[in-house]
Design a protein around this ligand. Structure first.
Ligand code: PGA
Length: 250
């Protein structure tokens, strides 16, 4: 049984005080919900949010981290710095990191391996651009991103990995993949995991959908067999918008 996993990626939004306020409101409002819930604030907002949520079930994650343990990497954040705050989950390979900051599959893979070595949980993002989808490259792109991103990850370590399928053309655009298209892509991702590992790992891996998820479409997405959760951007920035997503099963 795969437990629903709903995550809010705050991206470069909310100041530390705004973030702490939202975290406290959310902790109160989401009490007792059945889904696993995570929020990912920006780095400077992490300490306050981690403190505000330390007695709640909500997981606090980083949106990124470096692939080295320390050293001369100006502007970067290492896993030990996150762990010192009690942060044990990190989102890696988000399409904005890939497209805007040029992160390659190889770099993302070295971050994944370091996070796992450090005992952290990972949400690994994958997804095709519109050009790739229209060019018939969906399978090729997902296969490459999953295979390269998970290179040298062991079967045991897969328990620490969540995948987030986010078609790039659906992120922040208001366009959502139809539940059928999303489910089809998720099934494809599951088959790639089966090939890389085995059927059990494929069946146990949580695959979130991301790209303009909101209260109005979460139920039909979550009803699909292969969709186990959501990675939510814009609609995670207020309790009014995020709570109906977190409690989609109510
Ligand atoms: P969106 O972002 O919900 O604003 O489309 C999703 C994401 O990029 O994680």
């Amino acid at each position: 049984m795969r437990r629903a996993y709903i995550a809010g990626n705050w991206k470069m939004n909310l100041t530390p005080s705004e973030g702490v306020k939202l975290a406290k409101e959310l902790a109160e409002a989401a009490k007792g919900c059945s889904a696993k819930v995570m929020v990912a604030p920006n780095f400077v907002t992490l300490p306050g949010v981690a403190e505000a949520l330390k007695d709640s079930d909500i997981i606090v994650a980083a949106q990124n981290m470096n692939d080295h343990t320390s050293g001369a990497f100006t502007g970067e954040v290492a896993p030990a710095m996150l762990k010192d705050l009690g942060i044990n989950t990190v989102i890696l390979g988000h399409s904005e990191r890939r497209a805007i900051y040029g992160e390659s599959d190889a770099l993302i893979n070295s971050k994944v391996l370091l996070a796992l070595e450090e005992g952290m949980d990972v949400v690994l993002c994958i997804g095709e651009t519109l050009e790739e989808r229209e060019g018939g490259k969906l399978e090729e792109v997902l296969s490459r991103q999953v295979t390269e991103g998970l290179k040298n990850v062991t079967e045991q370590q897969m328990a620490k990995i969540t995948l987030a399928y986010e078609p790039v053309w659906a992120i922040g655009t208001g366009k959502t993949a139809s539940p059928e298209d999303a489910d089809g892509a998720h099934a494809l991702v599951r088959s790639i995991i089966e090939k890389l590992f085995n059927k059990t790992v494929a069946e146990e891996t949580i695959i979130q959908y991301g790209g303009s998820v909101k209260a109005a479409n979460v139920k039909e997405l979550m009803a699909k067999e292969n969709i186990d959760g959501a990675l939510v951007g814009g609609a995670s920035l207020s309790v009014e918008k995020f709570l109906p997503i977190v409690t989609f099963d109510k």
